[in-house]
Design a binder for this molecule. Structure first.
Ligand SMILES: O=C(O)c1cc(C(=O)O)c2c(n1)C(=O)C(=O)c1cc(C(=O)O)[nH]c1-2
Length: 251
C-alpha cells in the first residue's frame, strides 16, 4: 500500500486530461495531413488502415459489455455499438467510414478486404481488443478516454481537409461530423466511471498507465503508416514490392 494520498476527483481528471499532450494529433503524419502536405497515397493509406480500427471498436465494446455485470452500464454502453453498426434504417459509423473511403478514391471492396491494413496497425488495434477482453470492465471502459481529445481532432479535419484536398468528395466528411457529439457523450460516461472507480492512488496511477497504453496504440498506428507511406518502407520492402503480409483477422 502506498502512503501517497489519492488525488481528488478534480485533480485526477486534470491528470487524465494532461495526457492529451501525447495524443496522435501531435504525430508528424497527422500534422502533415492537417497542413495539406499529405499525398493522395498517404490519405488513402490512413483511411484504409484506420478502417481496421473502426471495425474493431464494436468488438472491443462488446468485450467490455461481456465482462460487465451492471445492467445500467450496459444499457448506456450498448449505444457505442449501435453508433458504429447503425440501428434500424440509420447507417452507422462503419458505413460512414466506407463512404469516406469512396470519397478518397478507395472502393468498399478494397477497404473490406483489409488488404491495405499494415501488420503494425493490425497488431496495435488487436492489442486494444485483447486488453478489453482481459481487463476488468472498469479499466477497459476507461481505456476509451482518449476520446477526451477526439472531438478536437475530428473538428480539425473538418476545418482543414476541404481546403487542402479539393479532390476529396464532400460526402466523405459525414463520419467526422457525427463523432463530434457522439464522442462528447461517450466521454461524459467514461469520465464519470473513471472518477468513481479510481479512488486510491494505486488505481489512479494504473489508470493513467492504461490511458498511456491506449495513446501508444494510436501513435503506433501512425508510426506504421509513416514507414509505409512516408518513408516508403512497407513490410518486406527490401524483398518484394508486393503486399504479401497477412490480411486476415486472427483475433
Ligand atoms: O479519428 C480519431 O482520431 C479517433 C480517435 C479515437 C480515439 O481517441 O480512440 C476514436 C475515434 N477517432 C473514433 O472515431 C471512435 O469511434 C472511437 C472509439 C474509441 C474508443 O476507444 O472506444 N476511440 C475512438
Amino acid at each position: 500500500m502506498s502512503h501517497e494520498k489519492a488525488m481528488t476527483p478534480h485533480e485526477f481528471e486534470q491528470a487524465l486530461r494532461a495526457k492529451g499532450a501525447y495524443y496522435h494529433i501531435h504525430h508528424p503524419y497527422h500534422i502533415a495531413m492537417h497542413n495539406g502536405q499529405a499525398t493522395r497515397e498517404q490519405i488513402q493509406g490512413w483511411v484504409a488502415n484506420r478502417f481496421y480500427y473502426q471495425t474493431s471498436i464494436p468488438l472491443k465494446d462488446a468485450a467490455i459489455m461481456a465482462n460487465c455485470p451492471d445492467p445500467a452500464t450496459r444499457r448506456k454502453w450498448v449505444q457505442r455499438i449501435l453508433d458504429h453498426d447503425g440501428q434500424g434504417d440509420g447507417e452507422g459509423g462503419i458505413e460512414a467510414w466506407l463512404r469516406l473511403g469512396e470519397a478518397v478514391g478507395l472502393s468498399r471492396e478494397l477497404l473490406l478486404s483489409e488488404r491495405l491494413v499494415l501488420p503494425g496497425v493490425r497488431f496495435a488495434v488487436d492489442a486494444y481488443v485483447n486488453f478489453a477482453r482481459r481487463a476488468c470492465w472498469q479499466e477497459a471502459a476507461c481505456s476509451s478516454l482518449t476520446e477526451l481529445f477526439a472531438p478536437q481532432i475530428h473538428q480539425s479535419r473538418l476545418d482543414s481537409w476541404p481546403q487542402h484536398y479539393p479532390w476529396i468528395e464532400a460526402e466523405g466528411y459525414g463520419y467526422f461530423r457525427s463523432r463530434l457529439s457522439q464522442a462528447n457523450r461517450d466521454v461524459e460516461h467514461g469520465l464519470a466511471l473513471a472518477l468513481e472507480f479510481c479512488d486510491t492512488v494505486e488505481k489512479q496511477q494504473r489508470m493513467l498507465q492504461i490511458l498511456q497504453f491506449k495513446l501508444d496504440i494510436l501513435w503506433s498506428l501512425l508510426d506504421a503508416m509513416t514507414m509505409a507511406y512516408t518513408l516508403h518502407r512497407p513490410p518486406y520492402h527490401c524483398v518484394t514490392d508486393q503486399p504479401v503480409w497477412h490480411h486476415q483477422r486472427f483475433l
